[in-house]
Design a protein around this ligand. Structure first.
Ligand code: SAH
Length: 339
């Protein structure tokens, strides 16, 4: 049975109109689900008995369960079991400005980035819209807290699950839904150009992050297979269009890998690559894993790299690290469990 969390407000309105009921019924249901956050139709006390009965026949609400929680000081990792027994993870980070949740979009991932643990497990399937929504709602419920920021940077490539992603954004951004401000939502992609083009035509002002990780095609080809399909020059060209169209800046993620992309010449090349783009570079110290050969750059190279970018007037920060103790760091989700 389908979860009601799959439905946008528009879709629910259509559902009720087809039932010869009133359109506003959809708003009532939405408020119960996303503002009062109930998890059964019987709690929706302003609905008639017959409506509740029909909803119960047509939809379920929750489809997954929290199987395991690992906590560190200001970060916790949640392992979910899905209805088909697949597993995914989400990571909650407590910042001074609120709680940020990093969610997964697929079971596994097909992008095959060489440095990433998640890519070792091929994609089994896309997550449904409801499974994206539920990661937020279940963790809010469990922690009795409000999640103020969502980053779509967990397992999977969000633009390889585009339609569900867009419905998810619609639901969590809608004032009658979770009402999360679009500037509090960030989607991260390895660079699927046709989807970036589609994304920039949406009415939402959601943040876009790009996993760049290299200053040129040669290095990027060697660590990110997607670059052989959508190369770095096309990517930068598309991002210029994105900035022109949306007036928003782009965030680049750049993992520093020892001896691969962390040399002075790489920093200079990177600065030249993004010079004309309104952007911001997030330098990420690599999280080493036992299964992959890549090494983290040493502190000196990281600061030198940062200084070169700054000298070239490029906005950059070195990312604060979360969760390396509990393997909650990027690219380390789920795979440990499957070993
Ligand atoms: N597929 C999307 C989102 C998931 S990956 C994307 O590529 O953006 C989220 C981020 O974590 C990416 O920037 C990815 O390159 C990075 N990442 C993967 N493994 C990592 C590791 N071991 N250490 C640090 N960052 C990592």
């Amino acid at each position: 049975m389908e979860s009601i969390y799959n439905k946008t407000l528009n879709e629910l309105e259509t559902y009720f109109l087809e039932k010869k009921d009133k359109k506003y019924r959809a708003t009532q249901v939405f408020e119960w689900l996303y503002q009062k956050k109930v998890s059964s139709f019987t709690q929706m006390s302003n609905l008639k008995k017959e409506v509740i009965e029909e909803l119960n026949q047509d939809f379920c609400i929750e489809t997954m369960t929290v199987e395991k929680v690992e906590k560190d000081i200001d970060v916790s990792k949640y392992l979910f079991r899905l209805k088909d027994n697949e597993k995914i993870e989400a990571v909650l980070m407590n910042h001074h400005y609120g709680n940020s949740l990093c969610i997964s979009t697929q079971v596994g991932c097909n992008m095959g980035c060489k440095f990433c643990e998640s890519g070792r497990l091929k994609k089994v399937r896309n997550l449904e819209t409801s499974e994206l929504v539920e990661q937020i709602l279940q963790i809010e419920h469990l922690c009795q807290t409000r999640i103020s920021h969502v980053v779509v940077m967990g397992i999977g490539e969000p633009f390889d699950n585009y339609d569900h992603l867009v419905k998810f954004i619609e639901i969590i951004n809608h004032p009658k839904g979770l009402a999360l401000g679009s500037r509090h939502i960030t989607v991260s992609t390895c660079g699927i150009i046709p989807k970036i083009k589609e994304f920039m035509t949406l009415p939402y002002q959601v943040n876009l992050a790009i996993s760049l990780h290299a200053p040129n095609n040669e290095i990027r080809n060697s660590i990110m297979p997607i670059n052989k399909v959508y190369n770095i020059n096309e990517l930068i060209k598309t991002l210029k269009e994105y900035v022109d169209k949306t007036n928003r800046r782009v965030t680049f993620e750049y993992i520093l890998l020892k001896g691969i992309n962390d040399r002075e010449q790489d920093a200079i090349e990177l600065a030249n690559l993004v010079r004309d783009l309104t952007c911001y570079i997030n330098l990420i110290p690599y999280n080493e894993t036992n299964n992959l050969q890549f090494k983290r750059s040493d502190y000196e190279s990281i600061t030198k790299f940062y200084d070169i970018l700054k000298k070239n007037k490029i906005n950059a920060t070195i990312r604060r690290e979360f969760g390396s103790k509990i393997s909650a760091a990027c690219g380390q989700l789920r795979s440990k469990k499957e070993d």
